[in-house]
Design a protein around this ligand. Structure first.
Ligand SMILES: [Fe+2]
Length: 242
């Protein structure tokens, strides 16, 4: 599904899989945001071919966090040449390949081929991908290394007007209906889930971001009222937190 001029949804719920995967189309290469479940590679590559990106190498993989439905194909794309970017707090999930059976009740169904991140960040950081510039924000809570990535779709610039701003939010919140306050809060079962950190992350996000487009780790793209939706998510969390 094409979402903006340069951003596509290439795997996830609409493909009967967990974990949305987004592709950013450059001139000569593709960047992915998240990589879906370990079994998602075939679907991702079929989607890239469908949208004319089959011949472009995937050179970057930005991970919103290290859960198996988002980092599941990280090792696969790294072997094919992609550089993996993740927050420092979740680098260990990549190294361990998800939830080891001896550490969580979820067993091997939540594991994936392990790998080592190529770049980690622990504070707001900028990453270049061709003409795009992605700003990474560590926003812990769902996991210790959960992050947002913000970028302008520079492919949409016309006559001095900027392209739309796109915010990738991972699993911190999502939505499955086009109603501004219909937000879904994240899964709380990760061993590193931290509601105190998540509260701070929501407070920061509600102040900081007014994106044109929100692309979350599950559910559907949101193309309007970005800041209102983030504030609605923060309010919902604060009520649930009490
Ligand atoms: Fe998650």
């Amino acid at each position: 599904m094409q979402i903006t001029k340069s951003v596509y949804l290439v795997s996830g719920a609409n493909y009967d899989l967990l974990g949305n995967v987004y592709a950013i189309r450059g001139e000569k290469s593709v960047a992915l945001v998240d990589s879906g479940e370990p079994c998602a590679a075939e679907v991702i590559e079929a989607s890239l071919r469908r949208w004319g990106m089959g011949d472009l190498p995937v050179t970057r993989l930005f991970l919103t966090h290290g859960h198996a439905d988002h980092a599941g194909c990280a090792a696969y794309f790294q072997k094919k040449g992609a550089k993996l970017v993740v927050a420092e707090g979740d680098a260990h999930w990549l190294r361990e390949g998800g939830f080891r059976a001896d550490r969580t009740p979820y067993g091997e169904g939540w594991t994936y081929p392990p790998c080592e991140a190529d770049a980690v960040f622990s504070e707001r950081s900028a990453f270049a991908f061709e003409d795009f510039r992605l700003t990474a924000y560590p926003l812990p809570g769902h996991t210790d290394g959960s992050s947002f990535f913000e970028m302008e779709d520079v492919g949409e610039q016309t006559g001095g007007r900027p392209g739309r701003t796109v915010l990738f939010t991972g699993d911190t919140f999502s939505f499955d209906r086009e109603i501004d306050d219909h937000v879904l809060l994240c899964w709380k079962g990760s061993p590193d889930y931290d509601p105190v950190k998540l509260r701070k992350s929501f407070e920061f996000a509600a102040q900081e971001f007014s994106p044109d487009v929100i692309l979350s780790g599950h559910g559907m793209p949101l193309l309007a009222n970005g800041n209102a939706v983030i504030r609605a998510a923060a309010r919902k969390f604060l009520v649930a937190y009490r």
